[in-house]
Write a protein that binds this ligand. Sequence first.
Ligand code: CU
Length: 152
Amino acid sequence: MKSRRSHLLAALALAALSVLPVRAQTAPKVEQPWARPTVEGQGAGGGFLRIVGGPTADRLLSAQTEVARSVELHTMTMDGNVMRMRQVDAIEVPAGQTVELKPGGLHIMFMGLKAPLKTGSSFALTLRFEKAGEQRVEVQVMNQAAAPMHKH
Ligand SMILES: [Cu+2]
């Protein structure tokens, strides 16, 4: 009885493997997308997430959402004592590595917000990768203090 059951499980596992789309095995995984709340009149907001690279390198090229007129990819660097934001063409996602978009570093910038981003709400964001194509994620609006912590 026991061995028959494990046979069945093995068969099921094989069946599952054969129907998995190739893309699911190669696409980068996007985790814990969140955005800072904004106030009335604030034109832009910051978004953050973690990208876990797949077996092959990929690049995040752009993003799109209903809540903003456009979305830019930004990096933040120190220029003397001043933090400066700069737009980047793409964010590299090396194979098997994790890229953190977080306050003070790489981030997503929502330009031309149509309404303030309210704490506790969420919105859809479509990310476009060079190889993996589009991926839609749900961005949670929350304060930085409540944002997902590093896990090691
Ligand atoms: Cu920015």
